[in-house]
Design a binder for this molecule. Structure first.
Ligand code: CAA
Length: 392
């Protein structure tokens, strides 16, 4: 029997990447995370530095400006950045898996040269826009429209999108909108949008509970002219592109959730060792020991599901194969683990857990979004069950 094929140890290369990202995050992100959370300012300087380290296009080949690494590298980087600051990891995640991955997988060579390179290097910022005010989980039910001009050279786009990560700062957006509403899902097309053109405006910036430094806004399209060359993939295939890309994105969010869970866990372990009550460290009390045990177990289970999804994505590369169930399971379990661990961490810290003087309060607010964006926990369960049952 070949037990080597089930070797769960990271390679030297992956370990080295993890170390360098961890060191960067500790030095550059941890000290300013609370500040950016308080102000809600976008951490542009940090984003540029992550770009220089190759983190903004981790899986994109070097020929297109990326770091040419694999999905395991991506999940490790996401985990380490999220452990320092979830908001910064949101920016990283969308840039990598929702923008760069979309262009690399579905773009033409011209589109890759024009839009992928600068975003993969972090010189420019990419966003992904699917959701609308009246279509979140029911993503196919969108009201925005793209109408082909009479001379066939461009589409005129009108409508309002919402909850777009990096919306106010993005240079380019992968936009999903209806070109043939009468065809439902098959009437959705993906477009590459340049945000410095007339007819585009970022709308209201969302005042969020957590991940406050990752700018999130509406996007408003008012007779925006998009050349036909900027259709991403085929006309009418936008919904499938959106879903395929979200499969990759969900692995990133799972890794973000793991990073938040670990941060909450490590703070709790430290507090259990150092805080005393009734004449002993609080970690000697069995009720708190149970919390530590449950947190650690769920964290390690999340990690295995994430690595499993990352390996499934690697195996699917170049085959067109799907890893939908693996990605959804990882996201579902890791995001609920982040919420569980952050909740337990606040409880373990007592009054201090409720104070902005300790970071666990931020972990608690940041964890919640992982159960919501890129598909709620309810949607992940629906996706897993439908795939298992072969039913819709
Ligand atoms: N990969 C490839 N194709 C897929 C797919 C996938 N993962 N999932 C579905 N499809 C295909 C189906 O095979 C089907 O194709 P055919 O018509 O050829 O059979 C087509 O897409 C329609 O599929 P469904 O009938 O299953 O579609 P549905 O309307 O029932 O919706 C859903 C399915 C799972 C609920 C989907 O709408 C969904 O995932 N909703 C959640 C959306 C989401 O995650 N939104 C977050 C947006 S990003 C964000 O949060 C903002 C940000 O900036 C981070």
């Amino acid at each position: 029997m070949d037990t080597q094929s089930l070797n769960l140890r990271l390679s030297e290369e992956h370990e080295a990447l993890r170390r360098s990202v961890r060191e960067f995050a500790k030095r550059k992100i941890t000290p300013v995370a609370a500040h950016f959370d308080e102000t809600g300012d976008f951490p542009m300087e940090i984003v540029k530095e992550m770009g220089k380290m190759g983190l903004m296009g981790i899986e994109i080949p070097e020929a297109y400006g990326g770091a040419g690494m694999d999905t395991v590298a991506y999940v490790l980087a996401m985990e380490e950045i999220a452990k320092a600051d979830a908001a910064t990891s949101t920016i990283l995640s969308v840039n990598n898996s929702l923008f760069c991955h979309a262009i690399y997988r579905f773009g033409t060579e011209t589109q890759k040269q024009k839009y992928l390179r600068d975003v993969a290097t972090g010189e420019k910022i990419g966003a992904y826009s699917l959701t609308e005010p009246m279509s979140g989980s029911d993503a196919g039910n969108m009201k925005s429209r793209a109408v082909l001009s009479s001379d066939g050279t461009h589409y005129v786009i009108n409508g309002r999108k919402s909850w777009v990560t990096s919306g106010p700062v993005a240079d380019y957006v992968v936009l999903f909108t209806m070109t043939a509403p009468e065809h439902g899902h098959s009437g959705i097309t993906a477009f590459l949008i340049e945000t410095d053109k007339p007819g585009f405006a970022p709308g209201k910036k969302e005042p969020k509970l957590g991940i406050r430094a990752s700018a999130t806004s509406e996007l408003i399209f008012d007779d925006y002219c998009c050349p036909v060359e900027n259709v991403l993939g085929e006309v009418g295939k936008g919904f499938k592109i959106a879903m395929t890309v979200l499969d990759a994105g969900r692995i990133g969010i799972a890794s973000q959730a793991l990073g938040i869970a670990e941060a909450a866990y490590e703070a709790s372990v430290e507090y259990c060792r150092t805080r005393e009550a009734f004449g002993a460290p609080i970690g000697t009390f069995q009720m708190l020991q149970a919390k530590i045990a449950d947190m650690k177990t769920r964290i390690e289970a999340s990690r295995l599901l994430i690595y499993n999804a990352a390996l499934a994505k690697e195996s699917a590369k170049g085959t067109g194969g799907r890893y939908t169930t693996e990605a959804s399971m990882a996201k579902l379990f890791a995001s609920e683990t982040a919420m569980f661990c952050a909740h337990q961490a606040v409880q373990i810290h007592g009054g201090m857990g409720y104070s902005k003087e300790m970071p666990v309060e931020r972990y608690f607010r940041d964890a919640k979004i992982t159960e919501i964006y890129e598909g709620t926990s309810e949607i992940q369960r629906l996706v897993i069950a439908r795939n298992e049952l072969g039913l819709r």
